[in-house]
Write a protein that binds this ligand. Structure first.
Ligand code: NAD
Length: 393
């Protein structure tokens, strides 16, 4: 990214535990940037509850414009009130700014308790399509005229008579496009090439949803096959049904393969070291990255960032955890490590490395928040603020 010398970084602290972890992460990220000799100027912007209080709306134009203009931003979690009549604010932000790739690195940090036998084998990066699939929000509520019209159309005009049960029914669409699939897979492959990764696994449920998930796999393999030379990217033939051990893969080439999403959840645990970069449609990516995060310490640790249209919006995997809100207890690590991704996007690898090392040293020394403390007898439980101070120090 062509970064101005003194970038302005919009920050949304977020709802619920966002009020705890937002300022804590900001403190650590400021310390890391300054220690690495970079000037960081934060611009607090608002969304969700804080925006309703200040502007009487959920997602003010000022916030969207700030991220559009400054191109690099960070946000804490936003609550989606159940039944409030609007789609998720997170989904709205990603769609409005065309942040089409949600990227979540999952790696082990020393000292983090894990249920896995060999957690240090986990070093994966998931690329989740961010703008379509069932999360596009094209749904019709049960009992409405619209839902009945869609039902009639599907049954009468599209020849799906007898497939849907009688009575009230909720309906939704699952759009998966060539454009959406290919640009996501391209990002994953480019990432693998640039970061010396061996493999990109396309994860879908194409055996059942042939024309959506299956098509995602076909388009993804097309990108691998047609857009890169074979000695750089190798599209593994028939990888869904055949072991690839026998296949002759050019040395140093990134192999692109397919796996079914349900089986993938078990392979991820049984053969962790075999996976590298994963690319998948929206819903699979949501489930799978949470499950991967749980294997290396849970949601309090798991970072992420959204990319697209020359922008980066870093955000943790976790939500606003209302049960823990305002108690100065939540773990700010996920947001802090999301900031590391943002720094790397700015080209500040030095600040990013400081962030990772400081977090790892702090956790390894036994200074942890409640979520890790209850899994580690030798550790001391500290508050969000105390933990952030220790990391920043
Ligand atoms: P959640 O991630 O907020 O919390 C689930 C549980 O994980 C919590 O109860 C807590 O035990 C633990 N946890 C999460 N983050 C933690 C942290 N930083 N430190 C310690 N423990 C942590 O998921 P949820 O309860 O399903 O969702 C709550 C709200 O968050 C909903 O409104 C949901 O829509 C929203 N949400 C927002 C985002 C986002 O902003 N990107 C993502 C997911 C959920």
């Amino acid at each position: 990214l062509d970064v101005p010398e003194h970038p302005v970084i919009p920050i949304i602290h977020g709802d619920g535990i966002g009020k705890d972890v937002g300022p804590a992460a900001q403190k650590v990220l400021t310390a890391a940037a300054e220690a690495a000799g970079h000037d960081v100027e934060w611009m607090e912007v608002y969304a969700g509850e804080s925006a309703r209080q200040k502007y009487d709306e959920n997602l003010p134009e000022e916030t969207v414009e700030a991220i559009r203009e400054h191109r690099v931003a960070i946000k804490g979690p936003l609550t989606t009130p159940v039944g409030a009549g609007f789609r998720s604010l997170n989904v709205a932000l990603r769609q409005t700014l065309d942040l089409y790739a949600n990227v979540r690195p999952t790696y082990y940090l020393d000292g983090v308790p894990s249920p896995m036998k060999a957690p240090e084998e986990m070093d994966m990066v998931t690329f989740r399509e961010n703008t379509e699939d069932v999360y596009a929000g094209i749904e019709w509520e049960a009992g409405t005229d619209e839902a009945e019209q869609v039902r009639d159309f599907v049954e009468d005009e599209m020849d799906f008579d007898g497939v849907m049960h009688e009575g009230d029914i909720g309906l939704g669409l699952k759009p998966i496009s060539e454009k959406g699939s290919k640009r996501l897979v391209r990002e994953a492959i480019d990432y693998a090439i640039e970061n010396d990764r061996d493999k990109v696994t396309l994860v879908h449920k194409g055996n059942i949803m042939k024309f959506t998930e299956g098509q995602f796999g076909d388009w993804g393999m097309e990108v691998a096959d047609e857009e890169y030379p074979d000695d750089e990217v190798f599209a593994a033939p028939d990888s869904l049904w055949e072991e690839q051990d026998e296949v002759d893969i050019p040395e140093d080439a990134v192999m692109v393969e397919e796996r079914l999403a349900d089986a993938m959840l078990q392979w991820m645990q049984l053969r962790t070291d075999e996976f590298d970069v994963l690319a998948m449609p929206n819903l699979n990516g949501d489930y799978l990255s949470d499950a991967a995060g749980a294997q290396i310490g849970g949601l309090g640790i798991a970072p992420g960032a959204n990319f697209g249209a020359g922008r980066c919006l870093a955000e943790p995997v976790h939500g606003s955890a209302p049960k823990r809100a305002g108690q100065d207890k939540a773990n700010p690590t996920a947001l802090i490590l999301s900031g590391r991704l943002m720094f790397e996007y700015l080209g500040w690898e030095d600040a990013g490395k400081l962030v990772r090392d400081a977090v790892e040293d702090t956790i390894d020394s036994g200074t942890v928040t409640y979520d890790l403390a209850r899994q580690r007898e030798d550790a001391e439980e500290v508050s969000t603020t105390e933990y952030a101070e220790a990391v920043a120090e």
